[in-house]
Design a protein around this ligand. Structure first.
Ligand SMILES: CC(=O)SCCNC(=O)CCNC(=O)[C@H](O)C(C)(C)COP(=O)(O)OP(=O)(O)OC[C@H]1O[C@@H](n2cnc3c(N)ncnc32)[C@H](O)[C@@H]1OP(=O)(O)O
Length: 333
């Protein structure tokens, strides 16, 4: 991925770590130093461009990674330079990996709710011309080392089939723990969720290592105290949540009662790599009788007329169709 500026000078190292400040890394001695604002502008251009390419590769309606989203979240982006780029080109970018800690409500293998805050894989992209050459693994491996996490400790925000295959091939991650949200976790996730107390050896070692290595890592967060089972909602906000396309039906069909508690029957769970969460558009559930009451009150509307034309004792087939509508379906985005 090429840019109209000197990427080689902008990112002196093969892998650059960017946090919400999008600070330009220190330049090699002897390299001309443009104004800091110009450098930051270049970094923002790279981040935006990478985000767009990743969204396109994943068929997302809009990017989940952009400079402005980076600046407003505490995420960390690992950017990989393409060092095989043509000499005439002033460097190129091979891809990126974005991670961040997120508070999630996840089910364990006994289907109990757990409030956790794992490091999440949020976005991952290697340029099409460079895929399946080991660049993804190099980037992922670098991130694991830098963040000091094991692959099975991660939560993955709606992984693509390519990413599932990648995780299976390189890290033998295969068996998922079924969830009702968009995140995928693997067997072994719960064995490693506890964090060391602040005074532990591991924490001290981590603090020393961080002092020696000033490049940003995803900001670690403390686990909140465990909540009573009844307080926990089994839904966790995915980073891809904002991509939800709200296709709102006309009034009064849009008057779904607000739900303060999760539905009694959660949507079907993903149980294996093959059916990682792929869901249809979000549709509110309006009880049949309430819907008909509302329709009688509303001004004439083509949809209303159509529904009122069928009395509540309509054909059994019609009723079966209506009542078999799923109570809630989560959208893909
Ligand atoms: C939470 C999220 O970010 S979900 C979105 C993940 N990103 C995408 O799907 C975007 C498109 N895909 C990509 O950018 C890349 O393929 C990545 C990031 C998933 C992997 O990066 P790569 O550099 O291709 O990975 P790397 O070369 O290290 O490993 C290759 C392995 O990844 C998997 N893989 C990569 N591409 C494919 C593909 N087209 N089809 C099937 N498996 C694939 C395979 O296991 C492959 O091993 P194989 O070639 O022996 O079958």
């Amino acid at each position: 991925m090429e840019f109209p500026f000197d990427v080689d000078a902008l990112f002196p190292e093969r892998i650059t770590v960017l946090d919400q400040h999008l600070r330009p890394p220190a330049r090699r001695p002897g390299t001309a130093t443009p104004a800091r604002t110009d450098l930051q502008h270049q970094i923002m251009t790279v981040v935006d461009e990478l985000g767009r390419a990743s969204a396109k590769a994943q068929h997302l309606p809009s990017p989940i990674t952009s400079a402005s989203r980076m600046q407003s979240n505490r995420h960390v982006m690992y950017v990989l330079k393409d060092t095989s780029a043509r000499p005439a080109v002033k460097g190129a970018i091979a891809g990126f990996l974005k991670v961040g800690y997120k508070k999630l409500f996840v089910l364990d293998d006994r289907e109990a709710h757990n409030e956790v805050e794992p490091l999440c894989i949020l976005d991952f992209y290697i340029h099409e011309s460079l895929q399946r050459h080991g660049h993804g693994r190099e980037l992922f491996q670098h991130m694991l080392q830098k963040e000091r996490v094991e692959p099975h400790q991660l939560a993955i925000d709606r992984p693509s089939q390519k990413l599932l295959k990648f995780l299976n091939k390189h890290y033998s991650l295969e068996t998922t723990v079924p969830q009702v949200n968009n995140f995928v976790i693997f067997e072994g996730f719960f064995a490693h969720q506890h964090r060391p107390p602040a005074h532990s050896l591991r924490a001290a070692r981590q603090a020393r290592a961080a002092a020696l290595d000033p490049t940003p890592a995803a900001p670690a967060r403390k686990l909140p105290p465990k909540r009573a089972e009844g307080d926990i909602k089994p839904y966790s906000s995915s980073d891809r949540e904002f991509l939800k396309v709200a296709v709102e039906p006309p009034w009064p069909l849009n008057r779904a009662p607000r739900r303060t508690t999760p539905p009694a029957h959660p949507p079907p769970r993903s149980s294996s790599l093959g059916n990682s969460p792929e869901r249809g558009p979000l549709r509110p559930f309006v009880p049949e009788q309430e819907l008909l009451r509302s329709l009688r009150l509303c001004p004439p509307h083509p949809t209303a007329r159509l529904l009122l034309a069928t009395d509540s004792g309509g054909s059994p087939a019609q009723r079966r169709r209506t009542s078999s509508l799923p109570r809630s379906e989560e959208s893909r985005y």
